[in-house]
Design a binder for this molecule. Structure first.
Ligand code: SF4
Ligand code: SF4
Length: 148
C-alpha cells in the first residue's frame, strides 16, 4: 500500500525525508537501498538498523536529494514490497502528559528534546529525532511514544 510520505525542502534544491522501512523476511538480504541511491542519485544516512538474516528487518534512514527523484525513490521502495512510514508519524509526545521535568533533555542524543529558556518548557522537535527510543523509558510519566 502506498502512503504519502512528507518531503522537506532543505538548502538549495536539496530535499530530505526521514523514513522507517519495514523489510519482510524475503527482502532482508536484498540490496534495495543500494539500488535506490544509485538509481535516483540520492544520499542517505542510516539512523538505526535492526536486521537479522531470514527475519523481518527495520531501518530508520534519512534520504536526501532533488525533490523529484526523492519522491520517485520512495515510491520505488514501496513498490519493492517494503512497508514505508514517515519517521515523524512514528515518534510523538503526549503534550498533555508532559510535566516539563527536563529529564529527557540530557538523555536525548540528538537534541530533539530541548528546553526553551524563555518559557522554561521542554519541547519536542520531530525533525531532529533519530528514533533511538532512549526517552521512552527515561520519561517518568511515559509522555513519549514510538509506534514501530
Ligand atoms: S521526561 Fe517526559 S515529562 Fe519530563 S520533560 Fe521529557 S517528555 Fe516531558
Ligand atoms: S527517540 Fe527520544 S531520545 Fe531518541 S532522538 Fe527521538 S526524542 Fe531523542
Amino acid at each position: 500500500m502506498q502512503v504519502n510520505i512528507p518531503v522537506i525542502k532543505g538548502e538549495g534544491s536539496n530535499h530530505r525525508s526521514r523514513l522507517v522501512l519495514h523489510f519482510p523476511p524475503t527482502l532482508v538480504e536484498q540490496p534495495i537501498v543500494c539500488q535506490l541511491v544509485k538509481k535516483y542519485d540520492l544520499d542517505f544516512i542510516i539512523l538505526r538498523a535492526d536486521v537479522e538474516l531470514n527475519k523481518k528487518g527495520l531501518m530508520v534512514l534519512e534520504l536526501q536529494g532533488r525533490e523529484g527523484p526523492l519522491r520517485e525513490g520512495i515510491v520505488f521502495l514501496q513498490e519493492s514490497g517494503i512497508l514505508v512510514q514517515s519517521l515523524s508519524q512514528d515518534v510523538s509526545r503526549l503534550d498533555d502528559r508532559c510535566t516539563h521535568c527536563g529529564a529527557c533533555i540530557t538523555i536525548c542524543p540528538s537534541e530533539a528534546l530541548y528546553l526553551d529558556r524563555g518559557d522554561r518548557k521542554v519541547y519536542f522537535d520531530q525533525e531532529h529525532c533519530i528514533a533511538c527510543e532512549l526517552c521512552i523509558k527515561g520519561c517518568p510519566v511515559r509522555a513519549m511514544e514510538i509506534r514501530f
